[in-house]
Design a protein around this ligand. Structure first.
Ligand code: GLU
Length: 319
């Protein structure tokens, strides 16, 4: 039982069941799980099934089963985001009544037309400050339209994130993304809002995830502040797994789904062993528990990992 007098450290495994778990996701989740088990954090399993393509029937069960097959366990959950939207609505009401959120009907084309050309590598066009409604109409309001996009009033200025892997990172959401979307016209919170509301209400003190989300950390800090939530979690953003062409691991690199290797007869120990090899340890088949005992976050190479044909052959025990 956790001691009620000391705050409980807690992390989350937060898979999105929209795309099946591939080796890159497995790497992030295994490292998160291993850190939690070696540092005594509690683990919440949270299924992030909002703000993406529709989840295919059975995908959630398959994701959970794959995590268990890899040798992971958890203390709380699974909590499925789509099963209850009330906490996100409540957060929207608070932001709207504080005058920090406003509905916005602008289309992407209108936003792009008003914005300067997006920076290379940034997919989202920053929402230009010129499109924010005038201050006079930005006062407290009711969150009364769930069928519209709502944006957060993002304050000017940079925020700093102290990251256990990346060090101190300075981010300025007011210039990189501007007033970002926190509620979508599909009647759901955006990823940014859902994550902050959930991390706060689930008592998450440590967020470990891929470094493709470091920019999101800046937006999430701004949202924590806007909602008056504290304490903010500590962060560790891990290097990504990429294909031989340097691009983020995806379908074009072949079928790297954990389930595909599993059906091809690859053992979970081999998959964990590959992840160990990517994490500053010897590459050899090992159980998840052993990986958790030996992992040293400081020894994880800081550069992104490349998954190539040689790794695939090793998994299939052909070399
Ligand atoms: N659901 C996200 C993913 O699978 C993770 C989000 C997060 O860790 O904040 O990439």
């Amino acid at each position: 039982m956790p001691n009620p007098l000391t705050p409980t450290n807690r992390t989350r495994l937060a898979p999105s069941p929209t795309g099946a778990l591939h080796l890159g996701n497995a790497r992030t989740i295994l490292v998160t799980w291993a850190l939690a088990r070696q540092r005594g954090w509690r683990i919440v399993l949270r299924i992030e099934d909002l703000d993406g393509p529709r989840v295919k029937p059975g995908a959630i069960e398959e994701t959970i089963e794959t995590l268990a097959w890899l040798g992971m366990d958890w203390d709380e959950g699974p909590i499925v985001q789509s099963h209850g939207l009330a906490p996100y609505r409540e957060a929207m009401c608070r932001l709207a009544s504080a005058g920090l959120a406003y509905p916005s009907e602008l289309t992407r084309t209108e936003i792009e037309a008003a914005a300067s050309a997006p920076q290379e590598g940034v997919h989202e066009t920053a929402f230009p400050a010129s499109l924010r409604p005038p201050a006079a109409s930005l006062g407290p309001r009711a969150f009364d339209r769930e069928d519209m996009n709502w944006r957060l009033v993002v304050p000017a200025g940079a925020v700093e994130v102290e990251d256990e892997v990346m060090g101190r990172v300075r981010l300025d959401p007011s210039t990189s993304v501007g007033d970002f979307v926190i509620w979508t016209k599909r009647g759901q919170p955006s990823y940014q809002l859902a994550v902050v509301v959930d991390d706060a209400r689930q008592g998450v003190t440590h967020v470990v995830r891929g470094n493709d989300l470091i920019d999101s950390a800046g937006r999430q800090v701004v949202l924590y502040r806007a909602l008056g939530l504290s304490p903010m979690p500590g962060y560790a953003h891990l290097p990504l797994v990429r294909g031989s062409d340097g691009k983020r691991l995806a379908k074009r690199h072949g079928d790297t789904r954990v389930s595909a290797y599993r059906s091809a007869g690859v053992s979970s120990e081999r998959i964990v062993g590959l992840v160990a090899g990517w994490s500053g340890m010897e590459r050899r088949p090992i159980a998840a528990r052993e990986f958790a005992g030996a992992l040293d976050l400081r020894r994880i190479p800081r550069a992104d990992v490349i998954f190539g044909p040689e790794d695939d052959a090793w998994l299939r025990n052909r070399c």
